[in-house]
Design a protein around this ligand. Structure first.
Ligand SMILES: Cc1cc2nc3c(=O)[nH]c(=O)nc-3n(C[C@H](O)[C@H](O)[C@H](O)COP(=O)(O)OP(=O)(O)OC[C@H]3O[C@@H](n4cnc5c(N)ncnc54)[C@H](O)[C@@H]3O)c2cc1C
Ligand code: SF4
Ligand code: SF4
Length: 446
């Protein structure tokens, strides 16, 4: 019988869906996730287009189902160290980073977090707000166990404190914990390592990092989310004021040969969603979406845009702004852009104009995950010209990578939204099952 075990790398929605499917088909799944919890980027979103369903309400039951499945072994806070072998016979070395917390004892009560004196920027909230050195990344984290950040902890960096150890009734703190190395033998690998947001600071003309009230789409998602750092109040960074006018700027770094030539695929829709949410929270709030051209190709997407325009007072402005300046007195960003107007003779004329708003949201390009290249090298995988995992035969084998026995789904093989990532995850799970079952049938007939 062939090896019926699979390593899935990346515990975002794609990795979770693929793991559940494979586990339901009777395969043993090792789900390797490098952060302390599964969930990926979807966990950071407030709502999802085009239904405006609460993102966490859909994701959390999937996370629990995946972690609780008898055929899934969750390896969080872990990374691939080495991969040897080919086709249906891989030897995978996984490195489990020390959490300094005994997972079998920690109850997730949070007493340690409450008393920990050390605060650092909270990556889950994209740096808006702080977390403690011993922390649960977000309230619905799976597993619901805390982790000590060794770069922030006062004891691990300066040799003093140990408050968490004193307050933990379960005796779960373990400062002696060491890195663990696991050797796994599997029949296939399935990659679902997702994306990172592109840093828009390199587009200096938009002033990100310099103009306080210029933020990114992911920051906006955390601000408008009820479980975010402001409790869902859309407070702008400079003074906490709720904005009256918001400008969303599309294709920041995307569809731009100077940065990323490709379309990031989800930004037209997430900006529309974010503008709708802003108006739902504050009916007097007016949104302007500056777009290159609206890409609304999914089911009910065009209707969503029409609703945004007709019911939520969203204005779509076809223009790519050239610059953002700031009114120093009010801290209001001013968006400069080309507008097409018509002369009396009816000829189109372009003129430079500006719009003052209270807040600007940059919908930045989404790029392959930072570790992506290193992982590709370990596996001998080919990447495409934009750095996503190359798929050789998109027509008939849309989840097969350049290495036999290694498959890819979700954003790591190209920009795509949640429904497409889920479809692709199920396709990849089916493909793994097909390959591994085929080997069984060949053995039977031998
Ligand atoms: C601002 C914003 C709003 C959005 N809104 C919507 C929306 O409303 N609706 C919608 O459909 N889509 C939306 N999207 C897109 C959506 O986030 C993606 O489609 C989805 O997250 C893709 O899922 P994924 O599992 O492929 O990747 P991810 O969610 O990125 O998950 C990848 C996981 O892999 C882990 N990982 C990465 N590298 C490694 C490694 N080497 N080892 C182990 N683990 C690793 C990561 O830590 C992460 O947990 C939005 C995106 C943005 C930026
Ligand atoms: S480490 Fe101890 S105090 Fe902290 S959450 Fe776990 S059980 Fe509670
Ligand atoms: S020892 Fe580290 S993690 Fe524990 S309370 Fe002190 S700073 Fe926080």
């Amino acid at each position: 019988m062939s090896n019926r075990s699979v390593v899935v790398v990346g515990g975002g929605i794609a990795g979770i869906q693929a793991s559940i499917d494979l586990a339901n088909m009777g395969f043993r799944v090792y789900l390797v996730e490098q952060t302390p919890s599964i969930g990926g980027r979807m966990a950071q979103l407030d709502k999802t287009f085009p239904t405006n369903d609460c993102s966490m309400c859909i994701l959390a039951p999937k996370m629990i189902e995946c972690a609780g499945h008898e055929n899934v072994e969750l390896l969080t806070y872990s990374e691939l160290a080495e991969v040897r072998g080919t086709e249906d016979d891989f030897k995978v070395t996984v490195r489990r980073k020390p959490r300094y917390v005994d997972l079998t004892r920690c109850t997730g009560c949070g007493d340690c977090t409450e008393k920990c004196p050390r605060r650092v920027p909270d990556e889950f909230n994209v740096g808006l707000g702080k977390r403690k050195a011993i922390y649960l990344p977000f309230p619905q984290a799976v597993p619901r166990k805390v982790t000590i950040d060794e770069e922030a902890c006062l004891y691990l960096t300066k040799g003093r404190c140990r408050v968490c150890e004193e307050v933990c009734q379960a005796g779960a703190i373990d400062f002696e914990q060491q890195e663990e190395i696991l050797e796994l033998e599997v029949g296939a690998l399935l990659l679902a390592t997702g994306f990172d947001p592109f840093d828009p600071a390199s587009l200096e003309e938009y002033g990100y990092g310099k103009i306080e009230n210029v933020i990114t789409g992911l920051e906006y998602e955390r601000l408008i989310c009820a479980s975010g750092p402001t409790g869902g109040h859309l407070e702008r960074p400079s003074d906490g004021k709720v904005p009256g006018a918001v400008a969303f700027i599309q294709c920041v770094g995307s569809r731009d040969v100077n940065y990323k030539p490709y379309c990031s695929s989800v930004c037209c829709m997430h900006a529309t969603k974010e503008a709708i949410l802003a108006n739902e929270h504050y009916p007097d709030l007016k949104s302007f979406i500056f777009y290159t051209d609206m890409r609304a190709v999914g089911k009910q997407f065009q209707e969503y845009i029409i609703r945004a325009r007709d019911e939520y007072d969203v204005s779509y402005v076809r223009s790519r702004p050239g610059k953002i300046t700031v009114d120093e007195e009010t801290s209001n960003p001013i968006v400069w852009y080309d507008e097409t107007v018509y002369s009396e003779a009816g000829d189109p004329v372009r003129r430079v104009t500006s719009l003052e708003v209270d807040l600007v949201v940059l919908c930045q390009a989404l790029v392959p995950h930072t570790d992506h290249q290193e992982m590709a090298q370990k596996l001998g995988l080919e990447l495409d010209e934009s750095g996503f995992i190359a798929i050789e035969d998109r027509l008939f084998h849309p989840v097969d990578t350049s290495v036999a026995g290694v498959f890819a789904c979700g954003f790591c093989q190209g920009p795509q939204d949640i429904p497409d990532s889920v479809i692709q995850a199920s396709a990849a799970a089916a493909r793994v099952a097909e390959i591994l079952s085929l080997e069984d049938r060949e053995l039977e007939h031998a």
